[in-house]
Design a protein around this ligand. Structure first.
Ligand code: CA
Length: 240
């Protein structure tokens, strides 16, 4: 089970294979600032060579590379290496994502993604350990069970039907149980709107999510709004 505050033992050595310098340079910088050792390659072929020669702990692979399709590269890499791979795809296309996961990717991010999001995925993939059994990522908060693999949510043993956005919102809050998460962060991480998004968007989805969890802003149980700051997912207090 995953809990907030899990830490990784050592500095992770990452290899970023990305041809677009405007993405690569800031991402390398941001990942280094987050404590990773980062090497970068701008073509599939140099990336493959570096992955084999330098044996990084994890590879972040852009699918749209100039010399070879990223999926081809993934297959070639998988034939010779078990290094964890996170794929960066420009397409938020379910079939595409299923294809790369089937081809051996450990996780994926959809462009445009933030460094914070990629860093979270990197840490989650590395926590599973090399070739180890994946840790159960299910998060339990009171009677709420959130399983990111099946994207299934149960409340007191009963399944709750959520839209993909509602699920992502709840899952993000579940990574920070007990902490106030700002609407700005939710817009960035869940909606991937870095600037100038409307707080109303978050409010509306929160109210839908609340309704499905059988609560309201006036009578919150799991989702508590902190006025002017954000929202917090908590274990509800049991009535005496
Ligand atoms: Ca590209």
């Amino acid at each position: 089970m995953t809990r907030a505050g899990d830490t990784l033992p050592a500095v992770a050595r990452l290899l970023l294979i990305e041809d677009d310098l405007t993405i690569r340079a800031p991402l390398v910088r941001a990942l280094r600032e987050r404590g990773h050792a980062v090497a970068a390659a701008s073509t599939a072929m140099t990336g493959l060579r570096d992955a084999l020669d330098d044996r990084p702990d994890l590879v972040v692979l852009d699918l749209g590379l100039p010399d070879l399709d990223g999926r081809e590269l993934l297959r070639m890499l998988r034939a010779v290496s078990a290094v964890p791979v996170i794929v960066a795809t420009a397409r938020d296309d379910e079939r595409e994502i299923v294809r790369v996961l089937d081809a051996g990717a450990d996780d994926y991010v959809v462009k445009p993604f933030t460094a914070a999001q990629l860093d979270a995925r990197v840490r989650a993939v590395l926590r599973r350990g090399p070739g180890g059994q994946p840790e159960d990522p299910t998060v339990v908060v009171g009677g709420l069970r959130i399983d990111p693999r099946s994207r299934q949510v149960d409340l007191d043993g009963e399944p709750v039907e959520l839209t993909p956005r509602e699920f992502d919102l709840l899952r993000h809050l579940a990574t920070r149980v007990g902490e106030v998460v700002t609407k700005r962060e939710l817009l960035t991480e869940v909606w991937q709107i870095p600037y100038g998004g409307a707080d109303k968007t978050v409010d509306v989805h929160l109210s839908w999510l609340r309704r499905k969890l059988g609560e309201s802003a006036q009578r919150p149980r799991y989702l508590h709004t902190v006025r002017g700051v954000g929202v917090r997912l908590v274990t509800p207090e049991v009535d005496g």
